[in-house]
Ligand binder design. Structure first.
Ligand SMILES: [Zn+2]
Length: 331
């Protein structure tokens, strides 16, 4: 049963909605909060979703700036902003929920509409019914957690909404976009729920935490600019959208630590979205115990750095370096 009532405030106003999910052991209520700014004139309902993973709070600065810069007097349609889509994971500031009765799907982005009884599953159900299905377009923010920064926009390249979703990705204005077969790569994700509801969507993976205000402020600005470009391209703002060149990329190499250790890059975050060549030393993994080098990371080939870390302690298979290359075909 899709809920087709658009989420909106009265015309020309702002509202904060609160959707209860459940009552926890200590009597506290888990709820999803959604800000809505509705323009005087009709238009799309664009939703900005953030915090599906509870440690990706970089986007809060983006959402604050977008809300502050959106004037209902000049807006067409409704801007919906959900800062904490997975409040149970935000409680612990972790990627997944500390949902101990949930045996398989503690990653909300793999649990949506799959299990609707656990804490994670019930969060997903409220998110889908109250937010996703009441939107016309959706941006799902997945910036890097602390220690990792990213620079791509993802879209579903094979589903029924691939054309409209790619248009959103292009409109966002980052130089590289990454099309995926979302039904295969991201089953039971926000992408999946949006497609089922007929809502074109993109995943925004731009920015990360722990790199200092100079870089982080720049990434916040790129996100805010991207959101405003999407709003303008949907006719929600009277702003010209200058076209930018966009290259379709795919992940060529995802270099992750085999062991736990101190991940120490040889490159700075300023190399994000720049070229790397085969053999370049990108970083090392040092033992925090005996201080030896456990592993070295070199570019296996020529490509573009889509994600880079800062130095920080990592567990095996944490994020390391992601290298993309131009996608051969965009079917
Ligand atoms: Zn994420």
């Amino acid at each position: 049963m899709t809920n087709r009532t658009p989420l909106r405030a009265p015309a020309g106003e702002r509202r904060l909605f609160r959707f209860p999910v459940l009552t926890d052991l200590d009597g506290s209520e888990l709820a999803i909060h959604a800000h809505a700014v509705t323009g005087a004139a009709d238009g799309p309902t664009l939703t900005l979703l953030s915090g599906v993973h509870g440690n990706e709070w970089f986007s809060h600065a983006v959402l604050r700036a977008v809300l502050a810069g959106t004037d209902p007097a000049t807006l067409r349609g409704t801007l919906v902003v959900v800062p904490a889509a997975n409040p149970y994971a935000l409680r612990t500031v972790t990627r997944y929920s500390n949902d101990i009765q949930q045996v398989g799907f503690v990653n909300l982005n793999k649990a949506i509409l799959r299990d609707t009884e656990s804490i994670t599953g019930r969060t997903g159900r409220v998110l889908v019914e109250q937010i996703v299905e009441r939107s016309t377009h959706l941006l799902d923010f997945h910036p890097g957690p602390w220690g990792s920064t990213w620079g791509v926009v993802l879209y579903d390249a094979t589903g029924p909404l691939s054309t409209a979703s790619r248009e959103l990705a292009v409109a966002f204005g980052m130089p590289y976009i990454q099309g995926e077969d979302a039904a295969v790569v991201f089953p039971n994700s926000v992408f999946d729920a949006a497609t089922a509801a007929g809502v074109p969507s993109i995943g925004v993976e731009v920015g990360g935490l722990g790199f200092g205000f100079r870089s982080e402020d720049e990434w916040v600005a790129r996100n805010v600019d991207g959101v405003r470009r999407v709003m303008a391209s949907l006719g929600m703002l009277d702003e010209p959208v200058t076209s930018r060149s966009v290259t379709d990329v795919e992940v060529a190499w995802d270099l992750r630590p085999t062991y736990g250790g101190m991940l120490v890059p040889e490159i700075t975050e300023e190399r994000l979205l720049t070229a790397t060549t085969e053999g370049e030393l990108l970083g090392r993994l040092l033992s925090p115990v005996d201080l030896t080098v456990l592993e070295e990371y070199r570019s296996p080939g020529d490509g573009i750095l889509l994600s880079v870390p800062r130095s920080h302690p990592v567990h095996p298979h944490n994020f390391g370096f992601v290298i993309g290359r131009t996608r051969r075909s965009t079917s």
